[in-house]
Each structure stands twice: as structure tokens, then as C-alpha cells.
Design a protein around this ligand. Sequence first.
Ligand SMILES: [Zn+2]
Ligand SMILES: [Zn+2]
Length: 132
Amino acid sequence: MLLIFIINKMTLKRKTKQKEIIEEQISKIKTFFSAEELYEIIKQKYPEIGIATIYRHLKEKEKGKTLFSYLCERRKIYSTEKKSHCHFICETTGKTIHFDLDNIDFIKNKVPGKISSIQIEIKGICNDCKNA
Ligand SMILES: [Zn+2]
Ligand SMILES: [Zn+2]
């Protein structure tokens, strides 16, 4: 009985430690990242942390609204800081160009609720093609 308790406690401790490691790595990333990219970074120093643990952690954070997710060229990407993810798709080449939105006031009043994150896709002709 006592042994089981100790083992449980050890598992719990290990899990907490792993969470701390993942958290620390996430806090270092200032831009968008995928679960796979995060895993690659963590794996170098902490090979004991599996990708399933990372997926689980990201899911929890997303639920807790401390992480925002976006879809980028069929890939799911995350950010803790960036609350918008914007694509400008060139209709001539099909190329996706990323841009940042510093101010979301223009849309705030139009949205029937509180915004937590924004994903925008705009199509047109990019400057390179326009000037060519
Ligand atoms: Zn993107
Ligand atoms: Zn173009």
C-alpha cells in the first residue's frame, strides 16, 4: 500500500517536472510553433519527454486560454503571445505571406462577443507580382 503511494507520488512528481520543462521551453518561443517543432527542441535536452505528453500539455493550455492555435498551411500552430495569425495569399503564385496585426480595434466592435484569437486570410496580388 505504502509502496503504491510512493510510486504514485513519484509519477506525479515526474509529471509535474515534465510540465515545468515544457512550460519553460514554450515561454522561450516568441513566435508561432507547431507541436512537432516544440518536441524537436525539448527532445535534444529531455529525450524522456514524449510527443504525446507535449500534445496533451498544449491541449490543456489551449483549453485554459493561455495558448492560441491557428491553422497554417494545413498545420496546426500555436502561440502564447500572438493573438492573430494573418495570411496574404498571392493569387498569381499561390504563395502565402504572413503579416502581423498590431491593432484589432477595427474588428472588435463588429464581433458579437469577446475575441480571444483571430485568424485572417486575405487574397490578392502581392507586391512582387504587382511590380513585375
Ligand atoms: Zn500561417
Ligand atoms: Zn505574388
